[in-house]
Ligand binder design. Structure first.
Ligand code: XMP
Length: 518
C-alpha cells in the first residue's frame, strides 16, 4: 500500500521511545503523519511530499562517532523542520552550532521553562510553563540565523527558531503529556507555521484504501485472510471485501479456545450480514491434543501459535488461485525504528499479526491498516458500519481461553470457564458498565475447595473475576463493580455453572500483576 504524496508530517526517528507518541499527537490534530528512519528520509520526502518534518529525540550524543545522522540535504527542501531534543541538537550541529554534555549530568523530568522571546511557536502558551525534559546534552551555541526563544534553570537554550528558513527546535518533549502546553506547541508548528490543514480523518480514508487494494490485487486476484473476529482482521476484511467482493476468502480457525458465542457471532455477521466467503475450520480437537499435559504458560502459547500456523497454512493452500494474503497488521507493528540504542543500523520491525506466518506460502501481503493506529482502525471500522459490539469490543488474546484456564487445558475445564465468562460479560454489558472497562473476564483456577450446596458437601473448582481499566494495556488498574452486580455474577456462576463452587475477585493492578493470568 503506498503513502504517496499525502502531505502531512514526516517524522524522522532518531531512536526515541516517544516516536509513536509524536505521530499520534499529530494525527490527533487532524494531520496525517508518518515515521521513518534517517536513512530513508530522502526517499520518504520524495514519496510523501510532506508539509513539515519533525526530527525526534534519541538516546545518543550528536558528537559521538556513530551517532544517528541525516543527510543534511533534507534541510534544503524548503520544508519547515522542528527538531525535538536530539533533533534540535542535530540541527544545531549540522548548521554550525555547538552541543555539549550537561555539566550537572542533564535534566530529567518536569521542569519550568521561561519563554524569553515571543514567537508563534508559543502562541497561547504562558510565559512560564511546565515541560518534560529528558536530556544529557544541551545546545551551548546556537547555529547562525537562529534566535533563542526559551530557557530553563539548567538549560539556557530550551527552544530556538530561524524564521527565515523555518527551522525550529525544542529541548523539551512537547509530545509527552507532562509538557502542559506541549500539544499547543505542536499545533502551532504544524498548523500555523507549516500550514498543514487539519482535515485528516481516519474514517475518510476508506475509499482510498479500497482503491489501493483494487490496484494491488488486480482485476482477478484472490485474497485469503485469517479472520479472528477481532477489530483488526474484521476491519481489514470489510475493506478488502468492499474492494474485491467474493474474491476475498476468509478463514476462521476455531481453536476450541474461543469464548461463548464467538464463532457463531463471526459467522452471523460476516457470512449472513456481509455475505462474505467465510470458511470455518473446526480445529478444536487438534489444539486440545497439542495442549494435552502442558501446564507451562509459555509452552502453551507456543504450541497454540504453531498449531494456528499449521491449520491456516493447510487451509490457505486449498485456495490455489489466491496469491494474496490479507492481514490486519497495524502501524505500531511495522514502524521502522532505529535499533534500541540508536546505532546507525536501522532495524525494521515487521510483525505478522497472524503470528509467524507461513512464508513458504509465497503470497503477497495485503495490509490495508499498516499505516493506522488502533484507535484509528476503530474509527475506520465505525465509518464502514461495523457494529459497536465488534469495533469497541474488549481485547481477547490470541491464545484465547488457554491463558485463562490455568494448568492443563482440557475440554472439561474449558466448559465451565466459558460459561462463567459468558455470565461476567452478560451482567456487565447489559448494565452498560463495560464502556469504561478495558477487559472483564473469568479465569479458571486449578484449585478445588470445599463448599456446601443444599445438604451436600461439594469439592469443586474456583474461578476468578478479573475486571480492569487501562489506556493501553501497558498498565492497568483493577476495578470494583457495584456490590449487587458482583453478587449477581457470583450467584449466577455458582448456581448455573457445574463444577464451580467459589468465585474470587482479582484486585491486582498491572504492574506488578499482568492483565491475563498466564
Ligand atoms: P498482559 O496479560 O500482558 O496483557 O497484561 C496485555 C494485553 O494484551 C493482551 N494479550 C494478548 N493479545 N495475543 C494478543 O493478541 C496474545 O498472545 C496476548 N496476550 C495478552 C491481553 O488480553 C491484554 O489486553
Amino acid at each position: 500500500m503506498s503513502d504517496t504524496a499525502l502531505g502531512g508530517v514526516l517524522i524522522v526517528d532518531f531512536g526515541t521511545q516517544y516516536c509513536q507518541l509524536i505521530a499520534r499527537r499529530i494525527r490527533e490534530l487532524g494531520v496525517y503523519s508518518r515515521i521513518t528512519v534517517p536513512e530513508r528520509a530522502g526517499l520518504m520526502l520524495d514519496a510523501m511530499q510532506p508539509q513539515a518534518i519533525i526530527l525526534s529525540g534519541g538516546p545518543r550524543s550528536v558528537y559521538e562517532q556513530d551517532a544517528p545522522t541525516l543527510d543534511a540535504s533534507v534541510l534544503d527542501r524548503g520544508v519547515p523542520v522542528l527538531g525535538i531534543c536530539y533533533g534540535l541538537q542535530w540541527i544545531t550541529q549540522a548548521l554550525g552550532g555547538r552541543v555539549v554534555p550537561g555539566k550537572a549530568g542533564g535534566e530529567y523530568g518536569r521542569t519550568e521553562i521561561e519563554i524569553t522571546t515571543e514567537h508563534p511557536l508559543f502562541d497561547g502558551v504562558p510565559t512560564r510553563n511546565t515541560v518534560w525534559m529528558s536530556h544529557g546534552d544541551h545546545v551551548e551555541t546556537i547555529a547562525g540565523g537562529f534566535t533563542s526563544l526559551a530557557r530553563s534553570g539548567p538549560c539556557p537554550i530550551a527552544a530556538v527558531a530561524d524564521d527565515a528558513r523555518r527551522f525550529y527546535g525544542l529541548q523539551f518533549h512537547p509530545e509527552v503529556t507532562h509538557s502542559e502546553h506541549g500539544t499547543r506547541v505542536l499545533e502551532n508548528f504544524v498548523l500555523k507555521i507549516a500550514g498543514c490543514s487539519a482535515d485528516w480523518q481516519p474514517g475518510d480514508i476508506a475509499e482510498r484504501k479500497i482503491a489501493e487494494i483494487r490496484e494491488l490485487v488486480g482485476a482477478d486476484g484472490e485474497v485469503v485472510l485469517g479472520l479472528s473476529g477481532g477489530v483488526d482482521s474484521s476491519v481489514a476484511a470489510v475493506l478488502i471485501h468492499r474492494a474485491i467482493g467474493s474474491r476475498l476468502h476468509c478463514v476462521f480457525v476455531d481453536n476450541g479456545l474461543l469464548r461463548h458465542g464467538e464463532r457463531e457471532g463471526v459467522e452471523a455477521l460476516f457470512r449472513d450480514d456481509y455475505h462474505m466467503d467465510v470458511h470455518v475450520v473446526d480445529a478444536s480437537e487438534r489444539f486440545l491434543v497439542k495442549l494435552a499435559g502442558v501446564t507451562d504458560p509459555e509452552t502453551k502459547r507456543k504450541r497454540i501459535g504453531h498449531e494456528f500456523v499449521e491449520v491456516f497454512r493447510d487451509c490457505a493452500k486449498s485456495y490455489t488461485k489466491a496469491h494474496f494474503l490479507g492481514q490486519g497488521t497495524l502501524y505500531p507493528d511495522v514502524i521502522e525504528s532505529v535499533a534500541a540504542h540508536g546505532g546507525a543500523t536501522a532495524t525494521i520491525k515487521s510483525h505478522h499479526n497472524v503470528g509467524g506466518l507461513p512464508e513458504d506460502l509465497e503470497m503477497q501481503l495485503v495490509e490495508p491498516l499498516r499505516d493506522l493506529f488502533k484507535d484509528e482502525v476503530r474509527a475506520l471500522g465505525r465509518e464502514l458500519g461495523l457494529p459497536s459490539s465488534l469495533v469497541d469490543r474488549q481485547p481477547f488474546p490470541g491464545p484465547g481461553l488457554a491463558v485463562r484456564c490455568l494448568g492443563e487445558v482440557t475440554a472439561d475445564k474449558l466448559a465451565p470457564l466459558r460459561a462463567a465468562d459468558a455470565i461476567v460479560r452478560e451482567e456487565i454489558e447489559k448494565r452498560d458498565l463495560h464502556r469504561d472497562l478495558w477487559q472483564y473476564f473469568a479465569v479458571l483456577l486449578p484449585v478445588q475447595s470445599v463448599g456446601v450446596m443444599g445438604d451436600q458437601r461439594t469439592y469443586e473448582n474456583a474461578c476468578v473475576v478479573r475486571i480492569v481499566s487501562s489506556d493501553d494495556a501497558m498498565t492497568a488498574d483493577w476495578e470494583l463493580l457495584p456490590t449487587d452486580v458482583l453478587r449477581t455474577i457470583s450467584n449466577r456462576i455458582i448456581n448455573e455453572v457445574r463444577g464451580l463452587n467459589r468465585v474470587c475477585l482479582d484486585i491486582s493492578s498491572k504492574p506488578p500483576a499482568t492483565i491475563e493470568w498466564e
